[in-house]
Ligand binder design. Structure first.
Ligand code: THU
Length: 133
């Protein structure tokens, strides 16, 4: 699936956001190496620290379904006036599974997408050096 298709799925996921505290909807569409796609949305909690982001929820759904290899992730933040990048926690968790050159795309609309890689968002992840040995 291409970036536009994945962004469309991320927007659909954002509609399912449970975000009564921030009122900020986020959706993610994670592309697996085998071509399958898993989506996720942010899920907040009245104990604020227990909130989980769209990106990590998409990854948890995929890993829970047995996926281990991923090609990239697209994140939609339709409520924002500018592209909102994955938080630090999500960068770390995505970097556990995505290769450094895997694309990470984020934006509030299909017209303002930022395209980068997980390696750029979370550089010097020693895990990837370990995996080479
Ligand atoms: N959020 C995400 O789901 N992903 C991001 O990349 C940015 C932040 C969520 C967490 C919280 O529910 C809301 O957006 C406001 O921070």
């Amino acid at each position: 699936m291409d970036i536009d298709g994945l962004f469309g799925l991320a927007l659909e996921a954002a509609k399912r956001s449970y975000s009564p505290y921030s009122r900020f909807k986020v959706g993610a569409a994670l592309l697996c190496a085998d071509g399958s796609v898993f989506s996720g949305t942010n899920m907040e909690n009245r104990s604020f620290g227990l909130t989980t982001c769209a990106e990590r929820n998409a990854l948890a759904a995929a890993v829970g379904a047995g996926k281990r290899a991923f090609a990239g992730i697209v994140v939609a933040t339709p409520d924002a006036e500018y592209p909102v990048s994955p938080c630090g926690a999500c960068r770390q968790v995505l970097s556990e599974f995505l290769p450094p050159d895997a694309p990470v795309v984020f934006g509030s609309s299909a017209k303002d997408l930022v395209v980068t890689t997980i390696g750029q968002l979370f550089p010097y992840d020693a895990l990837h050096e370990l995996k080479k040995n």
